[in-house]
Design a protein around this ligand. Structure first.
Ligand SMILES: Cc1cc2nc3c(=O)[nH]c(=O)nc-3n(C[C@H](O)[C@H](O)[C@H](O)COP(=O)(O)OP(=O)(O)OC[C@H]3O[C@@H](n4cnc5c(N)ncnc54)[C@H](O)[C@@H]3O)c2cc1C
Length: 416
């Protein structure tokens, strides 16, 4: 194990994902003796899968969180982007100064593997020990310290950081929350987030494989709840693409994934108002009148049948004009094409909305308000962010804050 004797350390980190590895490095930088227990054979599996293998690790934006917003914003205020950048620099990772589209930052290598290499390498060089294939089964308070049970093994530490993540990313059966629930923390029901939406695609087979820019709005009846802009991808079972995925959790949370509609506004294709910016919670509202006038002008010059040529992909135009009675209705459909939601692709969820109640942990340090010495960081908490690097940014930043606070306590105790 480490210098202090078998299975004993200052700090035990449970989970070797983004949050756990960041916590281990931050605590080890301060001189604490750290052990990481990781259930898998290899730590950091999700880091490798993130950002299509490029790892979109943070965002220049000020934060876009749904559940757990107060905690996430406090964490990012205490560990702002400059500090995260400095942390990664210390780990040897270069991040370009300039962000990419929508404020996204990726490592300069363009490879998620570099992020994991740097975190693992730095953790080891700083003296942290990462133990793979060690699934923690329970945390047991022992006076002012903790024991962590792992099969027949028992580990002990003065401080424990629980960074078990979530069952997103193809692990829907895994209970990441059991350890903290076992310590009396409250669970907020988990829902898949950032995943494709299943829709009634009857009669829309021709659209399969089509990618177009659109603003997508989730609605039921006359109530429009949430919109997102970006590229949509039509599939045989529904709608993919980041903006559709952004609405999945709300479709589940508000309507159980049914009895609601996605309205697709294709007017960005027509470049009438400039390309709509992506990832906005206030996309420009559809302007069917403008679209109608454009179609009418085209129809007068050419013919009604050909007015869409060069404006719209053929398959989309055919679907729209087949349904519409006249140009005005075609314009309306172009601005609000309805797709009835039938479910979400939970197995493809990138994150989980829900988890361990965020308000049971200190906003500055991530320490449990119920059990001093116990911390939670990353996605195990009920914090979910938008696409664009916000989830990893929270995982890293919360891990760093928890690691630092845990280390400062054990070091104070060592001195006194
Ligand atoms: C395909 C995909 C792409 C993504 N892309 C991005 C992106 O580009 N940008 C972004 O911001 N976010 C992205 N995300 C989300 C982001 O990856 C997660 O929010 C983030 O990795 C969460 O980090 P974490 O450390 O909290 O949890 P996790 O990464 O889930 O790590 C938790 C770790 O704890 C271990 N563990 C669990 N239980 C135990 C136990 N009992 N004992 C010991 N170990 C345990 C797990 O094996 C795991 O290694 C993506 C997610 C997926 C699935």
């Amino acid at each position: 194990m480490n210098e202090r004797g078998k299975n004993q350390s200052d700090i035990l980190v449970i989970g070797g994902g983004a949050a756990g590895l960041a916590a281990a490095c931050a605590a080890a930088f301060l001189g604490a003796d750290v052990t990481v227990l990781e259930a898998d054979r290899r730590p950091g599996r999700k880091i490798l899968a993130s950002g299509n293998g490029r790892c979109n690790l943070m965002n220049a934006g000020s934060g876009a969180y749904f559940h757990g917003r107060a905690l996430a914003e406090a964490v990012l205020e205490r560990c702002p982007q400059a500090e995260l950048r400095a942390f990664f620099t210390r780990c040897g990772l270069r991040i370009p100064e300039q962000s990419e589209e929508d404020g996204r930052f990726y490592p300069a290598t363009g490879q998620a593997a570099s992020v994991l290499d740097c975190l693992r390498g730095t953790a080891a060089e700083s003296g942290a020990v990462i133990l793979p294939e060690k699934k923690a089964d329970a945390i047991v308070p022992e006076g002012d310290a903790f024991a962590v049970l792992c099969g027949t093994e028992r580990f002990s530490a003065k401080r424990v950081i629980c960074a078990c993540g979530s069952p997103a990313g193809g692990r829907l059966g895994r209970d990441s929350y059991a350890l903290l629930r076992g310590m009396g923390h409250t669970m907020v029901a988990p829902l898949p987030a950032l995943c494709p939406v299943e829709c009634d695609m009857r009669g829309l087979g021709a659209l399969r494989g089509l990618r177009v820019p659109a603003v997508v709005t989730l609605a039921r009846g006359n109530t429009r709840r949430e919109s997102a802009g970006g590229e949509v991808l039509f599939t045989e079972w529904g709608l993919s693409g980041i903006c559709a995925m952004q609405l999945a959790a709300s479709a589940m949370e508000l309507y159980g994934g049914r009895d609601c509609v996605l309205y697709l506004d294709f007017s960005p294709l027509l470049c009438l108002a400039g390309r709509r910016h992506f990832h906005t919670d206030r996309p420009v509202s559809p302007d069917a009148e403008k679209v109608y006038l454009l179609l009418r002008e085209r129809a007068a010059r050419e013919s009604e049948e050909a007015c869409w040529r060069g404006l719209l992909p053929r398959t989309l135009a055919e679907v729209i004009f087949r349904r519409a009675r006249g140009l005005r209705e075609a314009a309306e459909l172009l601005c609000a094409f309805p797709l009835r939601v039938t479910g979400v692709r939970a197995e493809s969820a990138q994150v989980i909305r829900g988890g361990i109640a965020a308000d049971e942990f200190s906003r500055g340090t991530l320490e449990s308000k119920r059990h001093p010495g116990l911390y939670a960081a990353g996605e195990v908490l009920d914090v979910d962010g938008d696409c664009g690097g916000y989830n990893l940014q929270f995982a890293f930043a919360s891990g760093i804050l928890a690691g630092r606070d845990a280390a400062s306590h054990v070091l104070k105790r060592r001195i006194s």
